[in-house]
Design a protein around this ligand. Structure first.
Ligand code: ATP
Ligand code: MG
Length: 431
């Protein structure tokens, strides 16, 4: 007998197959048992009829409980009403283990309880759908860059210094020296761009942010492209092309999961078409002043400010030219107004907030040295970074996109904690 996976069971219509999986749900209507079996690739309804299956098989099947592990045999038939489109008429069953009292039942559970049982919660259809889309999104992101001639160059996780000061860095002991967990691969990306022209890194980053918001994780994944000879407008264009493609491919590949499992309204995603609006920080500040959000001109946007701004647009939009005072030391000044920088954020609609942050980097050696000093950073630690301005300096730009925020937006999930298999939050380090 052929061993099959639920996802490919359609190839075996009319034949008997062996499936291995877990009992997702079981209900009976007297002489018929309906066992919903999941095997990680999908779920299939398995039907045991007492009359045809015989008493022994029927009794064994009746004793199954949620999440029991089984090997089940039966004949595949097509049924358009069944979830997945196929059913199994059961002819045999071997129980690997009866799962007693599985903690997550179809009834409502509190978020803390579910998070404590994250290692089990991953089996539920909603979490399964989110993480499946996450895997697809990672692929779409990589393919976007790979197909455009970008080279993936990995940047280190242990770093000797910070990009933007040490307040949000995790410090660790590195054989007696201090090391920090990376919060961005950008500085290394700049070196890599000089070697490969168009590069990206994609990996975990760490921020010791004491903020407890629905948009912040302590450990999150970021993809960061960096492009030699690109200026601010070039990188904005790249960001637009990038978002259009990854949102479009997610819609194309996961339409069913998005609508059926996650109940995502697809209309806002369908509208993710170029061109995206581009507004300046100063214009955004004027909008916020009228709306009395408590925003102070010159400061960074808070979550509420971002939500208010996004109400004005039906698709993602760029905000560019933030004040130098609130941006990192390496941001290129705006030639038209030196108090501003050639920086850009992309804000997602529907209140999802910033998903991209980036801009053009300073390529002038003297200016960059001055900035390192003004930001109170140790020049010695940045010597290698200054070398990039000593030996063939070049204008260049890049950005970082947070994978989980983008996934939350695509899936229409309110809180970022469900977008990563094992979230690290202010109050959570387990499981
Ligand atoms: P915010 O102001 O929202 O805290 P940021 O400006 O500090 O974000 P950047 O340093 O610009 O963020 O990082 C680039 C991208 O990484 C952001 O646009 C966002 O998508 C993502 N990101 C940043 N911090 C977090 C976090 N704590 N959790 C999840 N994603 C994050
Ligand atoms: Mg930012």
């Amino acid at each position: 007998m052929r061993t099959a996976e639920v996802a490919g069971v359609g190839e075996f219509c009319g034949q008997e197959v062996l499936l291995k999986g877990w009992v997702y749900n079981i209900r009976s209507s007297g002489k018929i048992l309906f066992i919903l079996v999941r095997d990680g690739t999908g779920t299939i309804q398995c039907i045991v009829e007492k009359a045809s299956a015989g008493g022994e098989l029927f009794d064994a099947a009746s004793g199954l409980q949620q999440e029991s592990s089984i090997e089940i045999r039966g004949t595949v038939s097509e049924d358009s009403r069944a979830p997945g489109g196929y059913e199994l008429q059961v002819t045999g069953l071997d129980v690997i283990q009866i799962a007693e009292d599985y903690p997550i039942t179809p009834k409502e559970h509190g978020m803390n309880f579910l998070m404590d049982h994250r290692h089990l919660w991953l089996r539920s259809s909603r979490q399964h759908a989110i993480l499946k889309i996450r895997a697809g999104l990672i692929r779409f992101i990589r393919e976007f860059f790979d197909n455009r001639g970008f080279i993936c160059v990995d940047t280190p996780i242990f770093t000797p210094s910070a990009c933007e000061g040490t307040t949000t860095l995790f410090e660790t002991d590195y054989f007696g020296d201090k090391a920090y967990l990376t919060q961005s691969g950008q500085l290394y990306n700049e070196a890599n761009a000089a070697a490969f022209r168009k590069v990206y890194c994609f990996g975990p980053t760490f921020r010791a942010e004491k903020s407890k918001t629905r948009r912040h994780l302590i450990e999150f994944w970021m993809v960061e492209p960096e492009v030699a000879f690109a200026e601010l407008d070039d990188i904005i264009q790249l960001g637009e092309d990038f978002i259009v493609e990854i949102v479009g491919r997610s819609l194309e590949s996961y339409r069913d999961l998005l609508t059926d499992v996650l109940e995502r309204d697809l209309a806002p995603l369908e509208r993710v078409q170029p061109p995206f609006p581009r507004i300046s920080y100063n214009d955004a500040a004027d909008i916020l002043k009228k709306r009395e959000t408590g925003f102070v001109h010159g400061g960074d946007f808070g979550g509420t400010d971002e939500t208010v701004l996004s109400e004005g647009y039906d698709r993602p939009f760029f905000v560019h030219r933030f004040p130098a005072a609130i941006k990192a030391f390496y941001m290129q000044p705006d030639p038209e107004d030196e108090s501003l920088t050639l920086s850009v954020d992309l804000l997602a609609p529907e209140g999802y907030g910033e998903i991209i942050g980036g801009g053009q980097r300073i390529h002038d050696l003297e200016l960059l040295k001055r900035r390192v000093g003004e930001h109170g950073l140790p020049e010695k630690a940045f010597e290698w970074y200054l070398d990039l301005r000593r030996y063939g300096t070049f204008p260049h730009s890049g950005f970082g996109l947070g994978l989980e925020r983008t996934l939350a937006y695509i899936c229409g999930i309110k809180h970022i904690r469900e977008t990563i298999p094992y979230p690290r939050l202010l109050n959570r380090l387990s499981p």
